[in-house]
Design a protein around this ligand. Structure first.
Ligand SMILES: Cc1ncc(COP(=O)(O)O)c(C=O)c1O
Length: 387
């Protein structure tokens, strides 16, 4: 397909990819323990420290072949021991999955929900109360819940946890937030952020990225039981990551040199401007989308606009309009949006992803293209805005 015929992918991941990142994927085959690749991998790990705004030498980045889901296995297999309690903040689909993963390894997840339902998030009072009632080994927070577009305030939650239950590990699912939402790993006292390559980091799917505090590493090292996974065990990966960062060849399970090179290229691009500018650009693009949604008289899933994500927007269809109507009409206009995912209301809404190159390279015109296509597709479906 000619590049000009390719539809613009505006889903909450995978996102559109920069040409230089795709170019890095076509690097000829090389040894994963050869000097050239070891250097690139080592630099990539050091660049991740900058992405997480972290200078603590005891913190540890990991890059492993896999998708975002592998991050949950990392947490459940390594940081939590069987029968230990974990408080899972629920904002939608991804909390259910994280909780299932924790239970798979014998941990005991308790989901905390706001009774206001879909589009809400647990309040600080609820979190404080829950932490006072029971001792939790870890709390997990989905930063941006990709099923609802609800954003959690990691800094504020971290303050509550450190005040009420300082020994509880703070674990963030940043699959839909790292690279577009502010995360200050050291300053906010986080213990683990898991993410993946294909969203705001702007690299094709296939890399699971995890960032650990020194405390999280120690928690793993002091485990009384062996991790219940072989591939996901930190016992296998920590020495490899340390070696790569020290530019020493090392092997446990073959990495993908092409994907790691793509990540290296993307991180260099991301870090070529201050991260604050990147976060601000995502806020501006997000506001533009959300204003257009409001002008169209449509409602976001996020009940409180100040709790909405900046990398995506989840929107209810208007009365009488369905995904089967609108999504093909959008595709006819060269735009791909995602349908709903939250199981209670999956058919009732759609998701518009605005992350990465589609936001940072304004010349591409992706955001305007998405908004215009949406207006036209709704109009063709008989909906022309508020009466
Ligand atoms: C918030 C969140 N967590 C975890 C995942 C799982 O990631 P993956 O599909 O890459 O395994 C996703 C996927 O979209 C996600 O959005």
């Amino acid at each position: 397909m000619a590049a000009s015929d390719k539809p613009t992918v505006l889903i909450p991941g995978p996102v559109e990819f920069d040409d230089a990142v795709l170019g890095a994927m076509s690097h000829p085959s090389e040894s994963h323990v050869g000097g050239a690749f070891v250097n690139i991998f080592g630099e990539t790990l050091s660049l991740l420290r900058k992405l997480f705004i972290s200078e603590d030498p005891s913190a540890q980045p990991l890059v492993v072949s896999g998708s975002g889901t592998l991050g949950w296995d990392f947490v459940a297999a390594n940081l939590i021991e069987p029968k230990e309690d974990v408080l899972v903040l629920h904002t939608g689909y991804f909390a259910d999955s994280f909780a299932s993963c924790i239970a798979t390894y014998g941990g005991v997840p308790t989901q905390l929900k706001n009774p206001a339902g879909v589009g809400s998030r647990p309040t600080y009072e609820q979190i404080e109360q829950a932490l006072k009632e029971k001792k939790y080994k870890a709390i997990t927070i989905t930063h941006t819940d990709t099923s609802t577009g609800v954003l959690n305030d990691i800094k504020a939650i971290s303050e509550v946890v450190r005040r009420v239950s300082p020994e509880t590990l703070i674990v963030v699912d940043g699959v839909c937030s790292v690279g577009c939402e502010e995360i200050r790993f050291d300053d906010w006292g986080l213990d683990c952020v898991v993410t993946a390559s294909q969203k705001a980091i702007g690299v094709p799917a296939g890399l699971s990225i995890c960032y650990l505090s020194g405390r999280a590493v120690r928690t793993f090292e002091e485990r009384k039981t062996a991790p219940g996974s072989y591939f996901a065990s930190f016992a296998n990966w920590l020495p490899i990551m340390r070696n790569y960062e020290a530019k020493k060849p090392s092997y446990f399970a073959t990495p993908s040199p092409q994907l790691v090179r793509a990540l290296h290229t993307s991180l260099l691009q991301i870090l070529s401007i201050p991260l604050e500018e990147r976060f601000a650009a995502h806020k501006t693009a997000s506001q533009k989308v959300k204003n257009a949604i409001a002008e169209l008289g449509l409602k976001q899933l996020a009940q409180d606009p100040s709790q909405a994500a900046n990398g995506m927007t989840a929107v209810y269809f208007p009365e009488g309009v369905t995904a089967q109507d609108v999504l093909p009409k959008l595709l006819g206009r060269g735009v791909v949006f995602a349908g709903g995912l939250h199981k209670e209301i999956a058919t009732k809404y759609f998701r518009f992803g605005h992350m990465g190159v589609s936001v940072m390279n304004k010349d591409l015109g992706h955001i305007d293209k998405g908004i215009n296509a949406l207006k036209e597709a709704l109009s063709e479906s008989g909906y022309n805005g508020p009466k």
